[in-house]
Write a protein that binds this ligand. Structure first.
Ligand code: DUC
Ligand code: ZN
Ligand code: ZN
Length: 472
C-alpha cells in the first residue's frame, strides 16, 4: 500500500493565531491534508519532537530588486531575497511593483514579473506603488489590476519621486473603496522634511545621524493624522506602514477610538534600533541604519512593544530594503560618503524578522505565541487577501511550516543568506531560529543548509482583504 501522505511532520506543537495544540501534520501535494494524532505513515517523515511549529511567515513589506536611480541598486533580487526569507522562516513575500512618475502601472507590473520569474524560492505576491495617479491610472489601470489580483497598493506622502499630494491621495483612496483594495500609507510630511533638511545642511549638519533630526516624530504624527482624516472623508480602511513610535501610535489609537478602520504595521528596526545607531558623532557607519521613518529611542521601543501586545498593531513586517554598505551601488553612492539626504533609505531584515520577534517577543514574555503567529503570518495573509491559503496551519492550507529551535546564539552577518554586507542586528543575542522551513511541502531550510529549487516560488494573485477591525 502506498503511503497516505507525501510528508508527515510528527509530534508538532502546532501554533496558530488562535490556539496551540499537539498534532501530526499530514501533507499531500504541497498542502495540509490532515491534522491529528498518530497519522498514517508518509513517504517522508520528520520528527518535530514536541518543538513549536508555526505557519511560514508572510513578509508583507519587503523590497526586492526594485528599480532605483543609478548608481544605486538593491542588493537582493528574487533569488537572494527569497533565499534569505526561507532561511529565516518566511515562506511568502509581498514586495512592490512601483510605478514611475510619467510611467504606466501595467508596465511596472510586467517588468516586475520579469524580475521575479523563475527566481523565487518561496511564493510571492505583489503590492503596487502608485506614484502618478493620472486619469488613465485611476479609471482603468488600477481598477483592472485590482481585479486581476493586485489588491493592495502603497502610496507615499514623502520622497520627491513618489509622493502624492492630498488631492491625489483622496483620488486613490476612492479607488480603493470602490474596488475593495487595501491602501498602505507611508506617512511622513514631505515639505516639513525638506525644510528641516535644508536648515541642517545650511548648518553643515550632513552626517548620517542628522537623518533622524530631519524626520522627527512630529513629521510622522502630522502625516499619520492627515492620512487618517483623508481616509475618513472617503470612508475607506487604510493601513499605516512602518509606524515608529509614540506620536503615530497615539493618532492610530485616536482613530480606532473614533470607530475608524485604521490598521497599522511596525517593523524590527523600531524595536531593536534607536537613533543612536545612526551615529553619536559625524562618522559614516551610521549610514547602515538610515531608514525612514528613523529609529527613535528606548521609550518609543517600549511603546511599540506595548502596541504589539495590546492589539494596536495588525502586522509585523521587515521593510527589508537591502543596500550594501561598502559599495558604490549602496550606502556610498558612486563610492562617496554622501550627505544624509543622498543615502539610500532602508535596512535589511527579511531573514531576521521572525527570529527577533520570537526571541524577544515570545521567549522574552512580551507577546503570546498566538499573537506572534497573528502578527507575522495570519494577519498579513488576511490583510492582503491570501488567507486561508497562507497564514495558518489548517486542512487545505499550503504546507508552509517553520519548526523552531529554541537555542541562544549571537547573531552575525556570516550566518545570513542575503546579499547585503551587514546586518544592523549583528551582536544581538537571539534565543531561537528556524530549525526547519517547509514551503509547499518541501524542505527549503534544514537548520544548516538551504535547499534551492529555481522557480519553486509561485506568483500568487491576491483576493479581497479579509481583515476585520478589532472591536474597540
Ligand atoms: N523607507 C521606506 O519607506 N521604504 C524603504 C526603506 C525605508 O527606509
Ligand atoms: Zn515606506
Ligand atoms: Zn518600505
Amino acid at each position: 500500500m502506498s503511503p497516505a501522505f507525501d510528508l508527515v511532520v510528527r509530534r508538532a506543537r502546532v501554533a496558530t493565531a488562535s490556539d496551540c495544540f499537539d498534532a501530526d501534520i499530514g501533507i499531500v501535494a504541497g498542502r495540509i491534508a490532515q491534522l491529528g494524532a498518530a497519522l498514517a505513515p508518509g513517504l517522508r517523515e520528520i520528527d518535530a519532537a514536541g518543538r513549536v511549529v508555526t505557519p511560514g511567515g508572510v513578509d508583507a513589506h519587503c523590497h526586492l530588486d526594485q528599480p532605483m536611480a543609478p548608481p544605486v541598486r538593491m542588493a537582493d533580487d528574487f533569488d537572494t531575497g527569497t533565499r534569505a526569507a526561507a532561511c529565516g522562516g518566511t515562506t511568502t513575500v509581498i514586495p512592490f511593483a512601483a510605478q514611475h512618475k510619467g510611467g504606466s502601472l501595467r508596465d511596472a507590473v510586467a517588468d516586475y514579473h520579469r524580475r521575479a520569474e523563475g527566481k523565487a524560492h518561496v511564493d510571492y505576491a505583489f503590492h503596487l506603488i502608485v506614484s502618478d495617479p493620472t486619469p488613465q491610472v485611476l479609471a482603468s489601470e488600477l481598477p483592472g489590476l485590482i481585479a486581476e489580483g493586485y489588491t493592495s497598493f502603497k502610496v507615499y506622502m514623502t520622497y520627491d519621486d513618489l509622493k502624492l499630494d492630498d488631492g491625489q491621495m483622496l483620488d486613490v483612496l476612492a479607488v480603493a473603496r470602490e474596488h475593495g483594495a487595501m491602501a498602505m500609507i507611508h506617512a511622513e510630511n514631505a515639505d516639513a522634511i525638506e525644510w528641516l533638511t535644508r536648515r541642517l545642511e545650511a548648518a553643515g549638519r550632513t552626517a548620517p545621524r542628522f537623518h533622524a533630526a530631519s524626520r522627527p516624530m512630529a513629521v510622522e504624527r502630522e502625516a499619520t493624522h492627515r492620512a487618517i482624516s483623508l481616509a475618513e472623508l472617503v470612508d475607506v480602511p487604510i493601513l499605516i506602514v512602518h509606524v515608529s513610535g509614540r506620536e503615530a501610535v497615539e493618532q492610530i489609537r485616536w482613530a480606532r477610538g473614533h470607530g475608524l478602520s485604521v490598521f497599522a504595521e511596525t517593523c524590527p528596526q523600531y524595536l531593536f534600533l534607536t537613533a543612536a545607531d545612526l551615529g553619536l558623532d559625524d562618522g559614516y557607519q551610521g549610514a547602515r541604519c538610515v531608514c525612514s521613518p528613523p529609529p527613535r529611542d528606548k521609550a518609543n521601543q517600549q511603546v511599540i512593544w506595548d502596541g504589539l501586545a495590546d492589539g494596536l498593531f495588525t502586522v509585523f513586517s521587515s521593510d527589508h530594503a537591502p543596500f550594501r554598505y561598502d559599495a558604490p551601488e549602496g550606502k556610498k553612492p558612486g563610492g562617496q560618503e554622501v550627505a544624509f539626504r543622498h543615502i539610500p533609505n532602508g535596512i535589511p531584515g527579511i531573514e531576521t524578522r521572525l527570529a527577533l520577534l520570537y526571541s524577544e517577543g515570545v521567549l522574552g514574555g512580551r507577546i503570546t505565541l498566538e499573537r506572534f503567529v497573528e502578527l507575522s503570518s495570519t494577519n498579513p495573509a488576511k490583510a492582503y487577501g491570501l488567507h486561508p491559503r497562507k497564514g495558518t496551519i489548517a486542512i487545505g492550507s499550503d504546507a508552509d511550516l517553520v519548526i523552531w529551535d529554541e537555542r541562544e546564539f549571537v547573531l552575525s552577518n556570516d550566518q545570513l543568506h542575503h546579499a547585503v554586507d551587514y546586518t544592523p542586528y549583528a551582536g544581538q543575542t537571539l534565543r531561537a531560529w528556524p530549525g526547519m522551513t517547509i514551503a509547499g511541502g518541501e524542505v527549503v531550510w534544514d537548520g544548516r543548509d538551504f535547499h534551492p529549487r529555481a522557480g519553486r516560488g509561485r506568483f500568487l494573485p491576491c483576493g479581497a482583504p479579509t481583515l476585520r477591525p478589532r472591536p474597540r
